[in-house]
Design a protein around this ligand. Structure first.
Ligand SMILES: N[C@@H](CCC(=O)N[C@@H](CS)C(=O)NCC(=O)O)C(=O)O
Length: 286
């Protein structure tokens, strides 16, 4: 890592997150950057009327989604042998995709070593199968959140819109019947399967978190889909005991635990401050 005078410049590009409307993946990245004790700027973009990311974000990353993290490495020191070899200032590193960003940041900032579980079992360094279960879980859940869980949550949101305005009221009974069919036969059974899976994983993690007995980047990334879903899970289908919390108490405890984390609370405070002063012109310093 660079010394104090040679810190990289880190910018989090995000579309506004609103605690009143909904959360955003940007909040997880904010939380992670807080945990990593990284100094960073935030550049905010405004959603379009269709609630989509604005085209300006495509200038940061071609997919035009949020969040994106851009890291400008510190300039090479003039006394270093590399600069005398003629090494140029490196171009900025543009990172997208929650799991990938989390992994990269944790590998390059010292506090990442505290968050990421130890990789190798003693004496098994570099061997196939030598990784600890906690490390493998962290890798898996970093990608599971966006790759496996989020698609069903997004589907439920999109299909659920068939039951609401602006669908004209006279065809809504038909679109609602179609939506309910897809929700009950495909989406809910899969969401139920995922919550049951998470419950089982929490019972075998060796702690209250998803990988082990301490907070990991995987917990931070997994918090977004869980916080987003918790308010609507009960209305998606039948749960034993009448609610997802009753059927899967370990997941309920886990969601409460994540919400009580200092880093999460701090990210919520940051969002409150940003909500009042969203401005594209002046990136906020964190
Ligand atoms: N898999 C991506 C998802 C990115 C994404 O869809 N972000 C949302 C905001 S949380 C977005 O940009 N939505 C606006 C749009 O799709 O136009 C990730 O993990 O970063």
């Amino acid at each position: 890592m660079a010394s104090d005078e040679q810190q990289p410049q880190v910018t989090l590009h995000c579309i506004p997150v609103s605690l009143r409307l909904n959360r955003s993946r940007s909040q997880s990245l904010l939380w992670l950057l807080e945990e990593l004790k990284v100094k960073f700027d935030i550049k905010i973009y405004h959603r379009t009327e269709q609630f989509l990311a604005p085209p300006e974000l495509e200038q940061v990353h071609p997919l035009g989604k949020s969040p994106v993290v851009v890291i400008t490495p510190p300039p090479p020191s003039t006394s270093s042998s590399s600069s005398s070899d003629g090494q140029q200032q490196q171009p900025p590193i543009v990172l997208a995709e929650s799991g990938h960003m989390a992994q990269y940041l944790c590998e390059h900032f010292p506090e990442g070593r505290r968050l990421v579980p130890q990789k190798w079992k003693p004496g098994m360094e570099g061997k196939l199968g030598g990784e600890t279960e906690a490390w493998l879980r962290n890798q898996y859940f970093l990608h599971y959140s966006e790759g496996s869980l989020m698609p069903y949550l997004v589907l439920s949101l999109v299909i659920g819109r068939l039951k609401q305005p602006p669908v004209p009221f006279f065809i809504r009974p038909i679109t609602s019947a179609v939506a309910n069919r897809i929700l009950s036969s495909y989406i809910f059974p899969n969401i139920h399967r995922h919550i049951r899976f998470l419950d089982q994983q929490l019972r075998t993690s060796g702690g209250r978190y998803i990988c082990c007995d301490h907070l990991t980047p995987a917990d931070i990334i997994l918090s977004f889909p869980l916080f987003e879903a918790r308010g609507s899970l009960d209305s998606m289908g039948e749960w034993q005991g009448g609610s997802w919390k009753a059927e899967f108490p370990r997941v309920r405890e886990y969601v409460d635990l994540l919400e009580s984390e200092d880093g999460y609370k701090k990210s919520t405070e940051t969002i409150r401050r940003l909500e009042g002063s969203a401005s594209e012109a002046a990136p906020a310093k964190m």
